[in-house]
Design a protein around this ligand. Structure first.
Ligand code: PBG
Length: 326
């Protein structure tokens, strides 16, 4: 390492003025760095607040235009759609996931019709917004079935892709799903559709507000520890990622974000592939509550987002995407 010595070297010299600090800046944020998650709800003209997520809303499809339009205008490259499914459509098998008229399908069609390819759409592949037990897979005798779940997830992915979803994002953490989905997409002439694998998804308490937002929190039986990763582990994330690359993932996600910056860096340094980060609901709400209670300044938002860039993330899924002014 080449370095100097005080008093010849005074690092404060470059910090003296704003222009000078800007010249030596190593990382920056632009709207291209963001993916905006959007929660959908049935009904007309609805903009419903979410108790656990200040300033985040559930929108009915007819209210989507202005939300997506704002994102397009800002230059945000992609939105991620999540449904709040009416409990009466939920069941053991999450069969609503395969309904071509479900909220996500309607959302995809609406956005594609209004905005074409001006903005990308990504959709989760997982059953938790649709199951009566709140799990991402099929539940039998207190176990989450792997291979049986893959069958339905593959169908869900194909359906979303046929509706016009650009980026299929399996967030279920079943083994083998990327390969199976890639194969099925190709077989259906959907070889252009990208796969963003939530390869490194930890079993985390930071998902709490999201589960509230999609209405699965009260339903969830037990926890997700038999399929999501143990947060004590680091090397295991490399095994997850290497599997998913071999199976055909175009990019991978690390989730949650801020408590796992070490993992983002490790995956990026090891594989040199696009690594996306998810600043999840619990991280969002902690910061928002801190700002609202005047415990921390609003500038903490940018500071939190830059940390992902420093760690090597290509972009960040964040609920701040449409609130932040750069
Ligand atoms: C479910 C899913 C979760 C999130 C995105 N997709 C929650 C979970 O696994 O329980 C969390 C996102 C957030 O907390 O913002 N497949």
């Amino acid at each position: 390492m080449i370095t100097g010595k005080y008093p010849n070297l005074r690092l404060r010299r470059s910090r003296k003025y704003a222009w000078s600090r800007r010249l030596v800046q190593e990382n920056s944020l632009s709207y291209s760095d963001f993916i905006l998650p959007i929660f959908l709800i049935e009904g007309k003209n609805k903009k419903e607040s979410i108790k656990t997520m200040p300033n985040v809303f559930r929108y009915s499809i007819d209210r989507l235009y202005s939300v997506v339009n704002k994102a397009v205008k800002k230059g945000i490259p992609m939105v991620a759609l999540f449904p709040y499914t009416n409990p009466k459509y939920k069941n053991q098998n999450g069969s609503e996931a395969l309904n071509p008229n479900n909220l996500v399908c309607k959302g995809i069609k609406f956005i594609k019709k209004k905005f074409g390819n001006k903005i990308g759409i990504m959709c989760d592949v997982a059953l938790d917004p649709y199951t009566s037990h709140g799990h991402d897979g099929l539940l039998k005798n207190k176990k989450i079935l792997n291979d049986e779940t893959l069958e339905i997830l593959t169908k869900q992915a194909i359906l979303q892709a046929k509706m016009g979803c650009d980026v299929i994002a399996p967030s279920d953490m079943m083994d083998g799903r990327i390969g199976k989905i890639r194969k099925a997409l190709d077989k259906n002439n959907l070889n252009d559709v990208q796969i963003l694998s939530y390869a490194v998804k930890f079993s985390s308490s930071f998902y709490g507000p999201f589960r509230d937002a999609v209405g699965s929190k009260k339903l969830l039986k037990g926890d997700k520890e038999t399929y999501q990763m143990d947060f004590r582990n680091s090397d295991e994330s490399l095994r997850e990622v290497s599997l998913d690359i071999k199976e055909g993932a175009d990019m991978i996600m690390v989730k949650p974000g801020m408590p796992y910056l070490d993992i983002i860096k490790k995956v990026k340094d090891t594989f040199k592939i696009p690594v996306f980060a998810y600043q999840v609901s619990g991280e969002y709400s902690l910061i928002m509550n801190g700002i609202n209670k005047k415990l921390i300044d609003k500038k903490s938002i940018k500071e939190s987002l830059i940390s992902f860039k420093r760690a090597g993330a290509s972009c960040i899924v964040t609920y701040f995407a449409d609130q932040i002014d750069l």
